[in-house]
Design a protein around this ligand. Structure first.
Ligand SMILES: [Zn+2]
Length: 221
């Protein structure tokens, strides 16, 4: 009786839980989710991908009275709905990352207004005309008191990682045991004992590519 949003949240948090439970390291300070911030959402976000899979939904999304599997048309809708406004949302997320990094890269006080500063920082990603007198920076709690200073990009980066990592399951099968064991061995069990990029390359054989995320977002074929 869970909503779709609750299902993806469950999968997400289950991924964090696995990262903790499957940890095999010596020191607590390097265990489980004690990794760099821009790596911590890979184990969680990758789990959400299964909620977009017909093969998975057919097994778990059963009618509570009849036990019938979710109709295929509904599954299609779920997958399509996930792409709604994805171009805009992608650019919006990037603009927040650019703005965050711009603020946290200044080396001396700025001589322009915060509104003008953010306008310049986000110029590359501006889609709509500016609303005169508005400034999102002054309400951007994440980067001034939320611990995401110079790290806001990690939301989008984690998507790059999870889409590219999940592509391994797409290639080998979404229930492929060998791929799952490799993910456990190279990423989940290692915590923060080695640099994330080294762990990632151990799993995937290469650095992550942005391509799988663009495909998943429906932005490229
Ligand atoms: Zn999370």
């Amino acid at each position: 009786m869970l909503t779709y949003n609750e299902v993806t949240t469950f999968l997400h948090e289950f991924g964090h839980a696995l990262h903790g439970m499957l940890s095999e390291v010596t020191y607590e300070s390097q265990a489980g989710t004690s990794v760099y911030r821009d790596f911590v959402e890979l184990p969680s976000q990758i789990m959400e991908n299964w909620a977009q899979e017909k093969g998975w939904l057919e097994q778990v999304a059963l009618h509570y009275q009849t036990g019938e599997a979710m109709p295929e048309a509904l599954i299609e809708k779920i997958i399509e709905a996930d792409k709604f406004q994805s171009g805009y949302l992608t650019v919006r997320q990037l603009s927040f990352g650019f703005n965050d990094m711009a603020w946290h890269s200044i080396t001396e006080p700025i001589a322009i207004s915060p509104g003008e500063f953010e306008k310049q920082a986000m110029a590359r990603t501006e889609l709509f005309p500016e609303v005169e007198g508005s400034s999102m920076s002054t309400a951007f709690g994440h980067i001034f008191d939320g611990g995401y200073a110079a790290g806001y990009y990690s939301y989008k980066w984690a998507e790059v990682l999870d889409a590219d990592a999940y592509a391994a399951f797409k290639e080998n099968g979404i229930f492929d045991k060998a791929t799952a064991e490799k993910f456990r061995e190279t990423i989940l069990s290692k915590g923060g004992t080695r640099h994330p990029m080294e762990l990632y390359i151990d799993f995937r054989g290469a650095e992550p590519s942005v391509e799988p995320l663009l495909v998943r977002s429906g932005l490229v074929k």
